[in-house]
Write a protein that binds this ligand. Sequence first.
Ligand code: UDP
Length: 310
Amino acid sequence: MPRTLVTGGAGFLGSHLCEYLLKKGHEVIAMDNLSTGNVENITHLQSEKFKFIKHDVTEYIYCAGPIDYILHFASPASPKDYLEMPIQTLKVGSLGTHKALGLAKEKNATLLLASTSETYGDPQEHPQKESYWGHVNPVGPRGVYDEAKRFAEASTMAYHRFHGVDTKIVRIFNTYGPRMRPNDGRAIPAFVPQALRNESITVFGDGSQTRSFCYVDDLIEGIIRLLLSDYHEPVNIGNPQEMTIKELAESIVKVTGSRSEVIYKDLPVDDPKVRQPDITRAKSVLGWEPRVSFQDGLEKTVDWFRTQKL
Ligand code: UDP
């Protein structure tokens, strides 16, 4: 039975990964310092095959026994979170990734790094291919996340090339689904609660900026395929269906049957104008593409938000 460590295991994506891996028969250790994660995301997973360790991965990681896989998902991941925790965001992407790679080397484990479409910054190539080096402002407010993840990718490739560690890098595009933290500052966890409360929907800027949203189950499937592949270069995983943020707000109003109106607020500094993954590589290397339509994914997500205290 494989033994797998998920850092950030109590977060949105981490908890879905733990659940999936347990179903596939792995023994799973979830590690999280709970700065943005929530134990409620994993309480339903309790069993003798699942262990939670509260730990900050920027500190030395101690794990007794063998480890086959490390999925390194610890990091604040919403613009609001990394603006409120800039130093922690820098530390977890740099020092935390270094610790996770050191553990992978020690245990002879495969490590998958959760990277991000933010490594492309405010992109001048559209859609974004993995070969694009990006357009990032290192000293802007998003720089702490973008540059930490770029450093994390460089560290991961160095451990692969220099130490021969088996590593994978996934560049995750906007993802949504159950267990997103309500009101964490991201568009979907802001808009759905606003719509369910019939409050104004706060679109930043004129809402013409675009994003491409992937349902969480599709993302997890792509990540596991990458983990089990022998491919070491970065792979985009995301849904290429692109929409404007205004269209997103309108879809949410429709699906929730809300009386909310859209209002417009200032656009945050360095907010990318466009974002859409080119998934040619994921299709050819992993045989992966998303399956869940935006309508179906949004309905499932709204159903989950209805069960939450908003
Ligand atoms: N956004 C918005 N209103 C909100 C939260 C976000 O209009 O209440 C916008 C945000 O400015 C960005 C888009 O929605 O253009 C997606 O934002 P999110 O934080 O979800 O992700 P990211 O910017 O990292 O793609």
